[in-house]
Write a protein that binds this ligand. Sequence first.
Ligand code: GDP
Ligand code: MG
Length: 370
Amino acid sequence: PDAITVQELANRMAEKGADLVKALFKLGMMVTVNQTIDHDTAELLVEEFGHNIQRVSESDVDIDTSTDVDAEESLKVRPPVVTIMGHVDHGKTSLLDALRGTDVVRGEAGGITQHIGAYQIKTKGGDLVTFLDTPGHEAFTEMRMRGANVTDIVILVVAADDGIMPQTIEAINHTKAAGVPMIVAITKADKHEANPQKIRERLLEHEIVVEQMSGDVQDVEVSAKTGQGLDELIEKILLQAELLELKANPDRAAEATVIEAKLDKGKGPLATVLVTRGTLKVGDILVVGTHSGRVRAMLDDKGRQVKEAPPSLPVEVLGLGGVPMAGDTLTVVESEARAREVAAYRQEQATAKRTTQAPASIENMFSALA
Ligand code: GDP
Ligand code: MG
């Protein structure tokens, strides 16, 4: 459209119509709120009130899920999402592998493991626990910086034959900053040089008082080699999860967070996502970061095709229009037109930010009306 009424423009800008009329008067134009003004005039006004453009067009064109809160009665218990952190060589990968090995489902299926950046185990007791398979502070911090707080519980790994190292301290600081509860896993407990008590004492210097020292941070000695302490660790995770009362509404359009993504030569863009609420289904139309798409297929961490992914289930999604970034939100929308509109808007935003750091153009404002 080439013209817009003053009132309509005011609405788009979240300003009072009367203020726009006043501004137009200063520009030498006598108009009422119901009159239309042309593109150039609108642009002048938008410049006058420039700081408001982005906010307004965003709420019109983009998806704001922060205001859309699920009713208490729609919430159901969901599995905890656990991240393992600690110093290099302290046994993060070994522990992740050992925990994966406790999965009763994997045992049954014969276990072809897909490395998709996250996996879920079913415990002997039938409870589900999700582990992010991307150990390291960078992944954790990067996700958090992008506003994606998917981790419910951090397992701080400290090797029993070593001590508190620089990355241990980093992990402690990141966990504290995120306000996420921690469980201390003292690894390599099978080694004869192991001195778990020394680790507990050293942790005091970093204000971590574990249960064995009469504190309230759960701790457990584990060995990825012998399997010692793994069941106990899982019990502690489940106990912590219960205290956190983790819940999500599974009966709504899905939202998920991208854990990792890549371009596969044969399959196209692939993203491992973790469903945060709702249930993601094959056929769902979605926006993820600056891309739109439709779920063509989903695979779990055992390489099995799944039709539906409930909260806390990590799945690899096929059918995206491009490769998103870790930390991006995937949102299911009602139509392809809507998906394309949101994706196009976000692309424009990303380009504008990259090139000029300037606010959105008047073009966005008009296309929002179309
Ligand atoms: P990451 O860098 O924290 O991922 O550490 P890794 O899992 O790669 O382990 C580093 C080294 O410690 C490897 O040589 C492992 O075999 C060894 N390791 C890990 N966990 C254990 C354990 O529980 N017992 C023993 N004896 N060795 C372990
Ligand atoms: Mg490792």
